[in-house]
Design a protein around this ligand. Structure first.
Ligand code: HEC
Ligand code: HEC
Length: 358
């Protein structure tokens, strides 16, 4: 039987109280859980997209934050989400391909940042996940990531000294389910909002904010050459493109190298990857879906003179006789200076996004 979702909204002493039922009959949010009010930088968006079945509450975020940093989630008790998504690296890991999972085997793709993940319209490099609520089951169960059996995990958390009370506070239920684990992790991840870099303050015209002449020149060049794909203040168009990294794509490992084509099976999508955000890019080296470039200089070198032809290469990169984007050395340097203004120290140091101190 399908029980329709229902929320009771009660305003009381400045708090919004949320209660509700899920398809499975499980509480969506505990009756007393306090609705979380996002603070969103004005140039980003007016609201945070949130599914109705998982309203964001203070209790849910705290639980998600505990879980995100807790290696108890992995099979061997050594790997947490934050092993690969580290706050000081804007929730990346500094590796081309991580070997930090429970098997020690290298992963097939590079760890992307989680900054502003709430607004990402496609998840993973190829849109291989439906939503943040379900995405966590990927890393949790993957044999080369956390290697966990979800039933076993729920059982483990049920016996934990702290978690049962936290799940009760967040979701009003005494039985811990994998759905609730996914929801709590999603709630925390929606709070990973980055929009207070020097660039943002400059764009918002905040007192004392400015960019240097070199950075401003880089911004102009960036708008001209890069922003068709790295669009808006999210620095992504949420689309899939082939930016000329390879001539051919192997179908080994479940066609991982097909990129978006792995999901759609369409020949026109082979070799296309999601445009990654460039926020905090100076902190998230190495670069590209396989981490092949160690520096931003190498990335700019790629766009200027390393673009390789293949069937699905982006039209923007074949407008000139020579493939790629024509850039002088000075122009490349200006763009790199501009990219440096996207580093958001407040985000990477935000105490509310760090491990919970007990
Ligand atoms: C062993 C390393 C590792 C661990 C542990 C790990 N991840 Fe990831 N994560 C990755 C990699 C690699 C990708 C990119 C995979 C792809 O796109 O195919 C990724 C992608 C993601 C994305 C998609 C971001 C985007 O840009 O689309 C989210 C969200 C995410 N991980 C959350 C989590 C959460 C939550 C956990 C813990 C439950 C976790 N990860 C644990 C390596 C890891
Ligand atoms: C045709 C669309 C397009 C254009 C134009 C474009 N990019 Fe990209 N960019 C992408 C895509 C797609 C990726 C990811 C490709 C992959 O990993 O396979 C990417 C990756 C990157 C990365 C690595 C990000 C990371 O987290 O690994 C950087 C840095 C970057 N681009 C900067 C630029 C700059 C600077 C310009 C302008 C000189 C530019 N891009 C122009 C689509 C584009």
């Amino acid at each position: 039987m399908r029980i329709t979702q229902k929320y009771t909204l009660l305003a009381y002493a400045g708090l919004l109280l949320l209660a509700g039922c899920d398809k499975s009959g499980q509480d969506v949010a505990a009756p007393a859980a306090e609705k979380y009010v996002f603070s969103i930088p004005a140039n980003l968006a007016a609201s945070v997209p949130t599914p109705e079945r998982n309203p964001t509450t203070k209790e849910g975020i705290l639980l998600g934050r505990m879980l995100f940093y807790d290696p108890v989630l992995s099979k061997n008790g050594n790997v947490s989400c934050a092993t690969c998504h580290q706050p000081d690296k804007a929730f990346t890991d500094g590796k081309a391909l991580s070997t930090a999972g429970v098997s020690g085997k290298p992963l097939l793709r590079h760890v992307p940042t989680l900054a502003n993940v709430a607004w990402m319209q496609g998840l993973f490099w190829d849109d291989g996940a439906k939503d943040l609520e379900s995405l966590s089951f990927g890393p949790l169960t993957h044999p080369d990531e956390m290697g966990q059996n979800l039933k076993e995990l729920a059982r483990k958390l049920q016996q934990h000294a702290k978690y049962p009370a936290m799940f009760r506070k967040a979701f009003g239920t005494d039985s811990i389910t994998s759905a609730a684990i996914g929801r709590a992790l999603a709630q925390f991840q929606r709070t990973l909002i980055s929009g207070n870099s020097r660039y943002d303050k400059y764009i918002r015209n905040e007192a004392g904010s400015s960019l240097t002449a070199l950075e401003l020149n880089g911004l102009v060049l960036f708008k001209e050459h890069c922003s068709s794909c790295h669009t808006s203040d999210f620095f992504t168009d949420n689309q899939y493109h082939n930016n000329g990294l390879d001539a051919a794509y192997s179908d080994a490992n479940e066609a991982m190298e097909y990129g978006r084509g792995r999901i759609t099976h369409a020949p026109e999508d082979i070799g296309k990857y999601k445009t990654p955000t460039l926020r905090n890019i100076a902190l998230t080296a190495p670069y590209m879906h396989d981490g092949r470039f160690t520096t931003l200089e190498q990335v700019l070198e790629h766009y200027a003179s390393g673009v390789i032809a293949s069937a699905t290469l982006a039209p923007e990169l074949q407008k000139q006789e020579r493939l790629g984007i024509p850039l002088t050395q000075a122009e490349k340097e200006s763009i790199i200076q501009f990219l440096g203004t996207l580093t958001d120290e407040e985000f990477v140091k935000n105490p509310e996004l760090q491990p919970v101190r007990e």
